[in-house]
Design a protein around this ligand. Structure first.
Ligand code: SF4
Length: 721
């Protein structure tokens, strides 16, 4: 038995873990108490990581799909040559825009996904479709307008010191999303002085711990958010000093809120006015407030507007840039960027079919089927999927599957034989996250921020390779090269490690040069190294490291506030018009739908992203039950533990029913991470385990601006089976 240190790969906390290994099995997983960032924190999900590392769908050889749909093993050289020839033909005959790239990072693979950039460059394509654009691009776009950069990202790291924590549309007990989430919730819950508010249609575990739970009606968050802002203005609950010093446009913004009928908005959101008053008074009386939102806001109706209203709340209450409030954070590996228009307002890389503009350098998966399945001469003809499974994770599975049939080339690089891999022309086996050098790019810490480069624990399975080696083979076959760290400078690193770490080395140097003070404050010095970046990189090679230590006043510097006047620009006319439109929506639509509202993709005790394929990893909720209030269930004739058909405008699935009175009336919930094809030991054939959510979702049921799908607001009919 051997023991190794590594990190959990299931959420952006990436807690440090200690693995006990026997042969190729992970036999025990413990939290790593010595880990600089997580300090011994972890949750029950990490203990099951052997189910990710070892299962019967691991890919071991490059595969080529035959005309009859079966796959044949091929060697790496043949795979690289054939794929390269097809890529070159498509690029040279159709142009770079006909090539699109999906994924490349996410929880699947962070560090090695960066190598995909070399392939995109060779193809002359900027079309990166990312799961982030199923959630957060509305938020990034707002950041661009308010802060001047779409990647000036706000973190909720201040929660640890907040006297009032406001969680809107998130359940951190299950979904985490900030360091030591459960410890922070426990501390808030136990404290007599500090307060915690959860706004969620469901009485989640986090909501149960809160001082105030507001069970907003699904899809009505924008009404409640705007009523809260209007009430704060009315009771002088905003921070006028902060607004005067740091913002522009507030007067015009505030004027729009004065038109709001607070009472009728509350009524429409089905929230007692008294609860809104309590929340507003707490906000007014508290100096240190941190807001945290997640998919409950982003994937609900009015997605981009919701995120705008939340930003206005943060800024108008001055809950920013101090201990215990929201802040910006540094980023070692920039996951997103800035998409700026040309001088005439057009976008150079607008998509050809749907005319979607990039936001933060990425495109929404919601438009992908239309970009492929079109007779437009400049449609997408080749798709490269890296560590993603769009066939299960993108809205309207059926449409995407049909579109994929029209691709001239689909290549999937993955650890497992996913639903997307099965439709691919070529499937290239990637080493798992415990079989290669890997790191997390989701470093959201402030003022201290940490980075953890992890060494492999196992040799790759079969003929699997790390992504950097895969991309090198493809690029060499295309007549290109891929940069690599110099052997002279790093003689102690194997060639494949120098290949894998080159992008990180370049980013480290760039980061250190742009954040010299913060890197020095984190304890690094140039010493005998060529540069401060080289010194920091040397520390990164040793293990988890604090890479930046910022000061609170940095939040008001040009590092993140990019408008020339150094201020927050609050007036976004497009969204203020949407705010005005809420009044029309309320007047036009005061009837409740007679169908139930499904909130799809709930995080539960045993849900994670879809990299856990073997359903046996779950210790509970093996069927991914549809949870529904018992009275609603009885109204629909559904029995507790029985089966039901859940039908939307786009499709239907079979579900098992669980009575759960933490759901508010009129809504039901299904979890994320299920619906994968798997053949368990002892099963005769493969079957789908749990709800396949994207058979119920439609790509056009989305935010009109950012195209974020409204997964938290799907009208469904339920019938007993
Ligand atoms: S799932 Fe998230 S919080 Fe839980 S152990 Fe893994 S990284 Fe940590």
């Amino acid at each position: 038995m051997n023991t190794f240190k590594s990190a959990c790969i299931l959420c952006d906390s990436n807690c440090g873990i200690e693995l006990e290994i026997e042969g190729r099995e992970i036999t025990k997983i413990k939290p790593d108490k010595s880990h600089l960032a997580s300090q011994g924190y972890f949750c029950q999900k990490a203990g099951r990581l052997n189910y990710y590392q070892n299962h019967n769908q691991r890919l071991t050889h490059p595969l080529k799909r035959m005309p009859d749909g079966s796959f044949e093993k091929i060697d790496w050289d043949t795979a690289a040559k054939e794929i390269a020839a097809k890529l070159i033909k498509i690029r040279d005959e159709q142009g770079g825009h006909s090539f699109a790239y999906f994924g490349g990072g996410g929880q699947g693979n962070h560090l090695q996904g960066m190598n995909g950039g070399s392939l995109r460059k060779t193809m002359g394509s900027r079309y990166v479709y990312s799961s982030l654009a199923q959630e957060k691009t509305g938020d990034f776009w707002i950041a661009g307008k308010i802060f001047g950069r779409q990647d000036s990202h706000i973190t909720a790291d201040g929660l640890e010191h907040a006297d009032l924590a406001i969680f809107w549309g998130c359940n951190p007990w299950m979904a985490h999303g900030f360091p030591h989430a459960r410890n922070v919730l426990n501390d808030l819950s136990k404290s007599d002085k500090r307060k915690m508010v959860v706004i969620d249609p469901k009485r989640t575990k986090s909501a149960e711990m809160a001082d105030l739970h507001i069970a907003v009606r699904p899809g009505r968050d924008a009404f409640l958010l705007s009523a809260l802002l209007a009430l704060l203005i009315k009771i002088d609950g905003i921070d006028t000093n902060f607004i005067r010093k740091w913002t522009t446009g507030w007067d015009n913004v505030a004027e729009r809120f004065l038109k709001i009928n607070i009472e009728s908005y509350c009524d429409y959101a089905d929230v007692p006015l008294s609860e809104l008053h309590i929340l507003a008074e707490w906000i007014k009386a508290t100096d240190k407030i941190t807001f945290r939102h997640d998919l409950g806001l982003e994937q609900s109706l009015h997605s981009t507007l919701n995120c705008y209203l939340e930003k206005l709340l943060i800024i108008a209450t001055g809950s920013f840039g101090r201990e215990g409030t929201n802040t910006f954070h540094s980023t070692m590996v920039p996951v997103i960027g800035q998409s700026s228009p040309e001088a005439d307002g057009s976008y150079k890389f607008e998509t050809k079919v749907t005319k979607m503009i990039p936001i933060a350098g990425i495109y929404p998966p919601n438009i992908l089927a239309k970009e492929i399945d079109s007779d437009h001469p400049e449609r997408v003809r080749a798709l490269w999927v890296n560590s993603s499974n769009p066939v299960t994770s993108v809205a309207d599975t059926k449409a995407l599957k049909e579109a994929i049939g029209n691709l001239e080339l689909l290549v999937t690089v993955d650890v497992a034989m996913t639903e997307t891999a099965r439709l691919s022309h070529y499937v290239l086996p990637a080493a798992s996250q415990f079989e290669k050098w890997e790191a997390s790019s989701f470093n959201f810490g402030f003022p201290s921020n940490y980075f953890h480069l992890r060494k492999p624990v196992f040799e790759p399975t079969g003929e699997a390779l790390s992504e950097s080696e895969i991309y090198e083979r493809i690029l060499l076959a295309m007549g290109e090269t891929i940069p690599i760290l110099s052997e002279e400078k790093y003689p102690m690193l194997e060639r494949k490690v120098r290949l894998a770490l080159y992008p990180l080395y370049m980013l480290t140097r760039r980061f250190a040069s742009a954040n010299k003070e913060a890197v020095i404050a984190a304890g690094h010095e140039k010493g005998n190294h060529e540069s401060l970046g080289d010194a920091l990189f040397a520390k990164i090679l040793e293990g988890p490291v604090k890479f930046s230590e910022h000061k609170y006043e940095d939040n008001f510097s040009s590092k993140w506030l990019k408008h020339e006047d150094g201020k927050f620009h609050l007036e976004i006319e497009l969204l203020l018009n949407q705010l005005d439109h809420l009044q029309i929506e309320l007047a036009d639509n005061n009837e409740l739908p007679d169908s139930m509202i499904l909130m799809a993709g709930e995080r539960r005790a045993y849900t994670a992203n879809v990299i856990y394929r073997n359903p046996d990893w779950r210790r509970s909720d093996s069927l991914g039950a549809l949870q529904i209030h018992s009275e609603d269930a009885r109204t629909h004739g559904l029995e507790n533990g029985g089966r039901a058909i859940c039908k939307s405008a786009y499709g239907q699935i079979e579900v098992s029913v669980e009575y759960d009175d933490t759901c508010r009336r009129g809504m039901c919930s299904l979890p994320n991470g299920y619906g994968l094809l798997y053949q368990k030991e002892g099963d005769d054939t493969e079957k789908i385990y749990g709800p396949y959510l994207n058979q119920l979702t439609g790509a056009d049921h989305c935010d009109e601006f950012a195209k974020t799908p409204f997964h938290k607001n799907i009208e469904v009919k339920l019938e007993p089976l």
